[in-house]
Design a protein around this ligand. Structure first.
Ligand code: HEM
Length: 225
């Protein structure tokens, strides 16, 4: 095996790759969140935003395939690291109870695999609901485009969808809170001095992204927009 392949399959290499793909996915989520906020500016704003994206043609497909690769590689890395850790320490997690309560490390790793798998399943249902949906059309200035605004409004009139999205976005926040901090640690960017700062920054990023996403379904459901 080449040196690069050896590194990528090593424990340290896989942790770093998990961090890099994780950062990539966070970047996607920030862009996606900003795009969603266009809903608040009215139907023309969000429909035009979506239309502009779809006009990117081959570039859009390159980004989509890259994103898919990042998602799948990140999930595979997370699952393989979790399985390996489990094999190395097959005892139940409560064995690691400390005087101060259950160790944060064991709780975090366990919740990461659960929230990660739920998020992966969510993305599949999410794509069905929005990306692969047979949209109605809206026309602005003679240009016909997908009526994404109408679809969002329709979906989040349902209490089931709204509650489902709110729950999943809370799980996303939990995943990000530990994930962002852990990515910094894997990259070797943590030190005694920066540790508390990075821990707080990870918390703020997680809350902002989760709350930002939650805002849209709730605003539509409660007719605040
Ligand atoms: C309240 C939360 C969310 C809402 C309302 C929402 C809404 C949407 C909408 C309307 C689209 C279709 C856009 C279009 O066709 O122009 C879309 C696409 C997508 N969303 Fe979300 N989204 C949310 C959260 C998320 C999260 C948390 C993820 C990832 C973990 C995600 C991943 C995706 C992906 C991968 C696509 C496909 C993009 C493409 O067409 O290339 N979304 N979302």
């Amino acid at each position: 095996m080449s040196k690069a392949a050896n590194f990528l399959t090593s424990q340290v290499g896989r942790k770093i790759a998990t961090g890099i793909t994780g950062f990539g996915l966070v970047l996607f989520m920030i862009v996606h969140l900003l795009g969603n906020l266009a809903y608040f500016a009215g139907p023309e704003a969000i429909n035009t935003y979506s239309h502009t994206l779809h006009q990117m043609g081959p570039i859009l497909w390159v980004v989509r395939l890259g994103l898919l690769a990042f998602f799948l590689y990140h999930a595979w890395l997370g699952i393989s690291i979790w399985l390996e850790r489990r094999k190395a320490r097959p005892e139940a997690y409560h064995v690691y109870d400390t005087r101060g309560g259950v160790s944060r490390y064991s709780w975090s790793s366990r919740s990461m695999i659960v929230t990660g798998i739920l998020l992966l399943l969510f993305v599949i249902t999410h794509l069905q609901t929005f990306a692969f949906h047979d949209f109605e059309y809206a026309v602005y200035g003679g240009v016909e485009m997908h009526d994404v605004h109408q679809r969002l409004t329709e979906v989040f009139q349902s209490p089931v969808y709204t509650i489902y999205y709110v729950i999943i976005m809370v799980l996303l926040g939990m995943h990000l809170r530990h994930g962002v901090w852990s990515a910094f640690q894997s990259m070797g960017w943590m030190s005694r001095r920066t540790n508390p700062m990075i821990y707080t920054a990870a918390f703020i990023v997680a809350v902002l992204i989760a709350a930002g996403f939650i805002g849209l379904p709730l605003s539509i459901y409660f007719e605040l927009v």
